[in-house]
Design a protein around this ligand. Structure first.
Ligand code: FAD
Length: 306
């Protein structure tokens, strides 16, 4: 059995594997797609000490760093169930292939995915004007016109954040009113370069073949179809944690995020969780790496006490 089995090979899982392996304990990583969301990222400018890199490049470096250690990397394998330890102190992770892996401690780092609008042009112009992370990509739109899709807390926060950087922000909400906290709405309405459009369904992202040039929405009260000319669209309609496979095996919030304590322990003894899949505030690469490292040190601490 593994001493530490990491499920999910994004930045959190890679960091966890390196920290665990450096303790000289038997470490495995099982992952659907090594690299995680970083693989889908173009420019990365907030990976501290590296002023600029690109997703695939960072993933190659992560992979090399993990391979420098005796880590058993099982790529292209999907976990489908977690069975808590019973008498023998070993938890079981079942894979889609039918295989089962046993481990004294498990680190869950299966990440999350941004909910997409599912409209024409969204896929085509991803990273070419369609963005999901204002902390990451906001500065790329300095002085440009942007829209934020979604009037919940994350959408309104994104709009306030962007308004300080970009020329103009159009916030588009499907419902007849914004759903964000009142204090955020008040702040948003006080900003001179923000337009709020409610009861609007985004129907298309338009571009010139290279990059985004606008978006189309339908006014749900009048059925009129309108076009907004802009350079950037930030989609903020939800970040969905990849926890469906856990089937409620451990405590999660009503949004499906795994609940963790300050040492990244979950509600199951010997099972830790790190990165975007958890309740950790702010989902970023450096944060996921720090969390993965913490989870491995906590798992090691657990092992020496059991
Ligand atoms: P993830 O990266 O989501 O990795 C999860 C891993 O788990 C993946 O390998 C996945 O295949 C695997 N997995 C999922 N389910 C299973 C399963 N059932 N069984 C086995 N494996 C599974 N952050 C920044 O700091 N800077 C940026 O510039 C930046 N830009 C971004 C741009 C885009 C387009 C996106 C989508 C995100 C961006 N982020 C950026 C956010 C950043 O990528 C994430 O915060 C970070 O990748 C989270 O790491 P993680 O390891 O927790 O999860």
């Amino acid at each position: 059995p593994f001493d530490v089995l990491v499920v999910g090979g994004g930045p959190a899982g890679a960091a966890a594997a390196i920290y665990a392996a450096r303790k000289g304990i038997r470490t495995g990583v099982v992952t659907e797609r090594f690299g995680g969301q970083v693989l889908d990222t173009m420019g990365i400018e907030n990976f501290i000490s590296v002023p600029h890199t690109e997703g695939p490049r960072l993933v190659a470096q992560l992979e090399q760093h993990v391979k420098d250690y005796a880590v058993d990397v099982m790529n292209l394998q999907k976990a489908v169930a977690l069975k808590p330890a019973n008498g023998d102190g070993l938890a079981t992770v079942e894979l889609e292939s039918g295989a089962a892996l046993r481990a004294k401690t498990v680190i869950l780092s299966t990440g999350a995915r941004w909910r997409q609008m599912g409209v024409p042009g969204e896929d085509e112009y991803r990273n070419k004007g369609v963005a999901y992370c204002p902390h990451c990509d906001g500065p790329l739109y300095k002085g440009k016109r942007t829209a934020v899709i979604g009037g919940g807390n994350s959408g309104v926060e994104a709009a306030i954040d962007l308004a300080g950087i970009v020329a103009h922000v159009t916030l588009i909400e499907f419902d007849s009113q914004l759903r964000a906290d009142a204090v955020l709405q008040t702040k948003l309405r006080s900003l001179p370069n923000v337009t709020i459009i409610t009861s609007a369904l985004t129907t298309e992202v338009i571009g010139d073949g290279e990059k985004v040039t606008g978006l189309v929405y339908r006014d749900r009260t009048t059925d009129e179809v309108r076009t907004v000319e802009l350079e950037g669209i930030f989609v903020q309609i939800g970040l969905v944690p990849n926890t469906e496979w856990l089937n409620g095996a451990l405590a999660m919030t009503n949004r499906g995020e795994i609940e963790i304590d300050s040492h990244l322990a979950t509600s199951l003894p010997g099972v830790f969780a790190a990165g975007d899949v958890t309740t950790v505030p702010f989902k970023q690469i450096v944060i996921a790496m720090g969390e993965g490292s913490k989870a491995a040190l906590s798992a090691f601490d657990y092992l020496i006490r059991h």
